[in-house]
Design a protein around this ligand. Structure first.
Ligand code: ADP
Length: 160
């Protein structure tokens, strides 16, 4: 069985992330979405919230699991039995960092290859940071994120 992992912060999951997952399930037997616990990024949503949002957003998709991970990604991938890591590419600006990470990961773990998928061009400008910024300033982000995420952003910002 070919298991792929799709790691990220997903704070929160956007339509761009979902587009990548929808492509990945067509290519692999199973996809595990690995939500990074890395607190250095100072996320808006907790890890359990980010996991719950991704689960809600992928209910329509088969063979998907959503989990958290901490520590070295290559070790997590090995423990899960994944041989492929998926990353999304939006623009040339993503390339340098992603290229470095893919090569480092390959060096420290021979069994793991990175597969880059391109989201639809509709989402090339989209990331979680811009969604949060627009929402904080009172903008409507409903066309950038799944409906359940839009609702959670509204609730979270109302609390703070
Ligand atoms: P990280 O903090 O690890 O970059 P992100 O949640 O920002 O986590 O992104 C996870 C992955 O999803 C990365 O490979 C990123 O390039 C990809 N990604 C994010 N937004 C998009 C998008 N709009 N289109 C395609 N890929 C995307």
């Amino acid at each position: 069985m070919k298991l792929a992992i799709y790691p990220g912060t997903f704070d929160p999951v956007t339509n761009g992330h979902l587009d990548i997952v929808e492509r990945a399930v067509q290519l692999f037997d199973a996809v595990t979405i690995a939500v990074s616990t890395n607190p250095a990024k100072n996320p808006l949503f907790t890890v359990p919230e980010r996991i719950a949002m991704f689960r809600e957003a992928t209910r329509h998709l088969p063979r998907i699991e959503v989990e958290s991970f901490s520590g070295l990604l290559v070790e997590y991938a090995a423990a899960r039995g994944a041989s492929v890591m998926i990353r999304g590419l939006r623009a040339i600006s993503d390339f340098e960092y992603e290229f470095q990470m893919a090569l480092i990961n390959r060096k420290i773990s021979r069994g793991l290859d990175t597969v880059f998928l391109m989201a639809s061009e509709k989402y090339t400008y989209l990331n979680s940071t811009i969604v949060k910024e627009v929402a904080r300033l009172g903008g409507d982000v409903s066309c950038f994120v799944p409906a359940s995420v839009n609702e959670r952003i509204r609730q979270k910002l109302a609390q703070s």
